[in-house]
Design a protein around this ligand. Structure first.
Ligand code: AMP
Length: 490
């Protein structure tokens, strides 16, 4: 018997779970579903990719009273993409119960969204800004959701939505069951949870999710600042991802890299917050259905993006904080698949990556970008394999017959293969990245500088302009320490 059947979910919801092909509940589903069905408020610490949408949707949709009019479930989520995704998922889980779902977000018509809600929506999935506008306009007559889900609360905080969230909760009935989901639990979120939830159960699946998800192989490559483009291109050529996302820090960088990748022959599109909503949707659609295989994006635009076949996530630049690292890499290895997360960093950034790795409790492996020489050798191998496994085209036979009038067979083969080599040839500098020896030296120097600072050598040196030798002597005799210690209260 399917484990989902033991929860006491509505039979029509179970039918939709079967349609979705879910064989067994994910850890968060196992933990959260019974608590929600018992009617209790819940704080769930979980990231995208853990099955959290179904974890709150399945019980909530089971609890709806379809005989009753009006909106019964409200989901608040930070981005339009996420709202659409959740809405689609809730629609499919609720369709046998005839549950109507409406998505409410900025950038599309107010009146249409209002009309759809009035026509009998049971579920509203909304972004905070537009929802608050609607609530303030007093046009949402009788809006009394019984179940309210606040999704990706930490992201709301980062995007500056916390005031809007407070204002929304001040405008909806207190008689409700509330769920707060967040990948991380910074103080302001804990404080918010205290204000909007009533004696909540706490469920956390952090150890099993993206941060330590063994399905995501996490790697880093140490490069020089100017090598980022070459590194990405070489890695895309070597790894040949089925689908990949490349994260950049700014919209400008997204546009520039996107243009470069297209010029280099990759089937690429870009995604960032300056693009109009229909354009963004179009890009996500073409990524989802495989018309493009490389997406260059900013964090916000690709937030919560749920495309199953993403095999590789690239951090063109290091993310700013551990949260965005976790969110970014969580785009791969979804729904039980494997994935690789790759971060490009310069030696100076090494310590920041170590900090992130420590915070999220993850292990990253250092890798070297293949040289042009290795790539060419690999291309030769691949080409030989391809020739061995190729089917012979009738036109090829005709051409060989024609050529044999002037060349012998070996010459024909050499010339034909030369043409193919030209096509498969890799370009770019021979070696990309900082070699391990240079990097080790860099780290040693950094460590020495740190030790020096700790011992007070830094100041001493500035003052006395002593040579390395003298400095060593001074430190050993403890003089430098004294001179530092004399200036307390630094
Ligand atoms: P989420 O964490 O909600 O973004 O879900 C990540 C992906 O996992 C979605 O594509 C879901 O359809 C899928 N998923 C959720 N629950 C299960 C499950 N129990 N079995 C298999 N796939 C699931």
């Amino acid at each position: 018997m399917n484990e989902f059947e033991n929860f006491g979910l509505h039979e029509h919801v179970l039918r939709a779970v079967k349609d979705a092909g879910f064989k067994e509940p994910s850890p968060i589903q196992r933990d959260i579903i019974p608590v929600i069905l018992s009617g209790r408020d819940v704080v769930g610490q979980a990231q995208t990719g853990t099955g959290k949408t179904a974890a709150f949707s399945l019980p909530a949709l089971s609890m709806i009273n379809t005989a009753q009019k009006g909106v019964q479930i409200l989901v608040i989520t930070p981005t339009r993409e996420l709202a659409t995704q959740i809405s689609d998922e809730m629609y499919s889980f609720g369709r046998y119960r005839n549950i109507h779902t409406v998505t409410v977000y900025g950038g599309s018509s107010y009146s249409r969204q209002l009309k759809l809600i009035e026509q009998g929506a049971n579920v509203v999935v909304a972004t905070p800004g537009r929802l608050l506008d609607l609530l303030k306009s007093n046009k949402l007559y009788g809006f009394e959701p019984k179940i309210v889900i606040l999704d990706e609360a930490d992201e709301m905080l980062d995007m500056g939505f916390l005031d809007d969230i407070e204002a929304i909760f001040a405008r909806i009935p207190k008689e409700r069951q509330t769920m707060l989901l967040s990948a991380t639990m910074p103080e302001p979120i804990k404080a918010l949870a205290k204000r909007i939830l009533n004696n909540p159960a706490f469920v956390s699946v952090t150890p099993q999710n993206a941060t330590t998800n063994t399905d995501i192989e996490q790697q880093y490559y140490i490069i020089e600042e100017y090598e980022r483009d070459d590194a990405i291109i070489r890695l895309l050529e070597t790894l040949d991802p089925q689908k990949s996302i490349i994260f950049c820090r700014t919209k400008k960088e997204v546009d520039r890299l996107g243009t470069k990748l297209i010029a280099s022959g990759f089937i690429t599109k870009t995604l960032h917050g300056d693009m109009e909503q229909p354009q963004r949707e179009e890009v996500i659609k073409s990524f989802r259905n495989g018309d493009i295989d490389t997406l260059v994006a900013t964090d916000v635009a690709a937030r919560g993006l749920n495309v199953k076949e993403i095999t590789h996530v690239f951090n063109y630049h290091m993310p700013f904080d551990p949260e965005s690292y976790v969110h970014r890499i969580g785009r791969t290895a979804r729904a039980g698949q494997k994935g690789t997360a790759i971060t490009l960093l310069t030696p100076i950034e090494y310590h920041s990556l170590q900090r992130i790795a420590k915070t999220v409790g993850t292990k990253l492996t250092q890798k070297q970008i293949p040289t042009l020489f290795e790539m060419k050798a690999n291309n030769v191998k691949k080409l030989a394999q391809n020739i061995l496994s190729a089917n012979i085209d009738t036109t090829a036979a005709q051409i060989v017959n024609e050529l044999e009038k002037e060349l012998d067979l070996a010459q024909i083969a050499y010339k034909a293969i030369s043409l193919l080599i030209g096509k498969a040839d890799t370009k770019g500098p021979n070696s990309i990245g900082v070699d391990s020896k240079t990097f080790e030296n860099y780290i040693k120097k950094e460590r020495a500088k740190d030790d020096d600072k700790r011992r007070g050598g830094g100041r001493f040196r500035n003052k006395s302009r002593s040579s390395g030798k003298e400095r060593g002597r001074n430190e050993r005799s403890g003089e430098s320490k004294k001179s530092f210690g004399g200036k307390k209260g630094r």
